[in-house]
Design a binder for this molecule. Sequence first.
Ligand code: SF4
Length: 409
Amino acid sequence: MVYLHIPFCGSFCTYCGFYSETESGAGVTCSAFADAMIREIRSRADEIAGSGPPDTIYIGGGTPSVLPLSSLSSVVSALREVSPGCGRDEFTVEVNPEDVVEKGSAYLDSLLGLGVSRISMGVQSLDDGVLRWMNRRHDASTARKAYSMLREAGFSDISVDLIFGISFLDDEIWRKTLDEIIDGMGTGMSPEHLSAYQLSVEEGSALERLVVSGRYSEASEEKCRIQYDILCRKASDAGYRHYEISNFALPGHEAVHNSAYWRRVPYVGLGPSAHSLLHDGMPSVSAWLSEHGAIGKGRGLRVRCWNPPYLADYVRNVCGSSPADHAYGREGEVLTAEQEVIETVMLALRTDTGISESCLRRLRPDAPIDALIDAGSLCREKDGAEDGPRLRIPEGMFFVSDSIISSLV
Ligand code: SF4
């Protein structure tokens, strides 16, 4: 599993806390960035080759569709040099509607030619007032056009990102947005996947500054809950499986890459600010464990590491001299047993398959599991599980999942 972080955006959205730069603001061209990423791919070849299964590529950002096709394709070629067939299980690229419309059908045909099997498009809203407030570069008609172009090009696995829980977003507008999205924005073909997030105030975002200066007040919990309920009901009526708190899929279209994150499958993240979860079977990780005095402390140790979020430094310093060379000041930590348990429980309980009951009781012997079952905050699924009954948070309690999970970890 490989994640590539493309740290460029055309402009910055009000709510966004992800690391990205504009090409002019960073003083780094897309092609210089792509060259650096190719160096990083080659220097981490052992991790990439040893990271599967599943064999997935996810190109996110930032806005990957800002990157010229020549840069994108040289990065993908480098990836396939070190891991032939990489992305065979799923290959997702995030796009923004304005890039799809501007670059046209030739761009989409080329993405298909690279082996891209899944598109994740940031629509966020179909209300122009909301989109303007978000400082998105597209309007609703551009989103509709982009979606129909993706369908015409032949993409058959499309995910649409949406945002709710904005204090001035009327419930009726939210309903209309969902209806139109689920109807396929005029194409009659529903997106195979929806990701819908409640607006949150991210550190360093423009929204944080609006809140601090009193120019934006967050939506009430009640409003957010109503809009989440509307989302859950409409998605369910349309046949989507609510398989993770923020994610819905038509049958067979659950995201392979993201689902593997939730099962804590190791992955390699490349590019500025990208995180990785690595295991001790990888030669470069053994070197890392040795440096951190953790070598020989038992099998199954894992390292979480991350690239610092500085594009200019990345382009200047990322090097490929040796696989064990932690180029460009990669930072990281060897995960403790307690961190492993907390992450396993937290991520599993965000999904509709939950966690094996025996596993949860073993990992968290003192947690109030029976009380949560009695209160209806956890439910037991008996059928079809190889490892015995499973416990999960029922859909009706997903909205308060944070407090349920925190009582278990
Ligand atoms: S939301 Fe996406 S397009 Fe907007 S600034 Fe963040 S990464 Fe860029």
